[in-house]
Every structure is written in C-alpha cells, then in structure tokens.
Design a binder for this molecule. Sequence first.
Ligand code: CDP
Length: 248
Amino acid sequence: MSNKPENLILITDDGLRLDGRCADEIRPMKIEIGVLSRADGSCYLEWGRNKILVGVFGPREAHPRRSQRADSAVIRYKYNMASFSVEDRARPGPSRRSIEISKVSREAFEPVILAELYPKTAIDIFVEVLQADAGTRTAAINASSIALADAGIPMKGLITSCAFGKVDGQIVLDLNKEEDNYGEADFPVAMTQDGEITLIQMDGHLTPEEIKKGLELVKKGCKEILALQQAVLRKKFETPVEEPAAEA
Ligand code: CDP
C-alpha cells in the first residue's frame, strides 16, 4: 500500500474498476488438477495474472524423526515466490513475508485436514508462485485445497480463499496489483465450505461497517470459487453413471 499518484482513478464514475470489473466481481480463474507426476496431488491455478503451482506430498514418514507427532500427521506449508514472479526480482529463499504466509496458510487448513488419521507422518504442501499480481496467498490456498483433494488427503471439506479491500473509498472484492498498491486496505480471508473463517488478515484501516460489508462480498466470492473447485474435482473423480441400454 503506497501513496497513490494524484491523477490515478481506480474506480470510474460508473463504478467500474481499471480491469473492467464491478466491485463484487472476482478475476477470471482457471484451474488444472494433477499437473505434476511426482507429487501425490497437484494443481496449477491462474487467477487474473497470478500463476501458482502447488504440489502435495504425503502422508509420508516425517523427517527429521523429532518432528513427528505420535497422535497426528504434521502439516507443513511452504510458500515460495520464484525470483522472476514479480517486477523487481524476488530474493531467493525464505523471507519474513513468505514465512508469515506459510504459517497462516497452514493454519487455514488445520481445522479441515483429518491429521489424526496419520500419526508420525507429514503432509507437505509446496507452493510456487510463478507470477504474482496481488492475492497470491489467497490464490495459493485455493490451489492447495485442490492439490490436497487430488492427493486423497481426508478433509472435512475444501478451503476457499478471497480478499476484499478498500479502493478509492469503496469496498471491492479481490484486489488486483494496482488496487493493492494504491488502495487503502487489503483483507484476505479463507473459509470452510460452511463459511467458517480459518484465515483473516488486515493491512490498512477499515471501520467495523466496512469489514461487515467486505465479508459479505468475500462470502459471495468464495461461493463462486468453491463452485469452480468442485467442478474440477468432479470432472476428475466422479464416475460417470452408465445410461441403461435403450430397449430394442
Ligand atoms: O500476494 P498477496 O496479496 O497475498 O501478498 P502481499 O504481500 O499483499 O503482496 C501483494 C503483491 O505485491 C504480490 O502479489 C506481488 O504482486 C507484489 N509483491 C512484489 O512485487 N514483490 C514482493 N517481494 C512481494 C510482493
């Protein structure tokens, strides 16, 4: 969030944003499942100009052994930005930001993964951001949810994620890069299929009323994303029902 150039208008008089979206619209999303042959589950997801690749490995014996838990699997989430994913080259290796994103994203999944079924094992979620354009943590969570399901990890349901923000004084869904740079607030959320919130973060200032309004937008966005996630999973896993042969 930086100072906005004086003549930059992010929302026009007719309520449209720079990329032509209305306040309550998410960016176009494309999801591909099972794209990595060496991973137990994987997903490639594009959301606007974001490009995210996720590989899930496990449950497999946790190493080092001291990291094992006797009563459940350990869930590990590693968010990494490719050095070429942003305008100024991202420095390779972990940063404060990537460590924080990895932690909150892991916590977003912990309530739904049935980790107690796999003591002493690890479930690894590796996120590679190939191209970033604001909202990479939410995009990565949506992709991870698909990759976990692809790996057959038992879960109570999918996790879906979307941010809202404040731009030119208005509450809008799913900020793009310009809106993230020059907006007044960014508020990423992740939730279960039942609407239970498992991640909430805030950058900037918002009133309680603005948060209430934003959360309503996020619920709508997450519902749309959930439908896309379910469609991809159905396409891969649903066994087609055989039509009974027509009588001669
Ligand atoms: O990506 P997300 O919105 O989850 O996280 P952020 O920390 O709010 O970053 C917003 C955007 O800033 C990213 O999506 C990138 O496009 C950009 N960024 C960057 O250009 N260089 C970085 N080292 C980190 C982020």
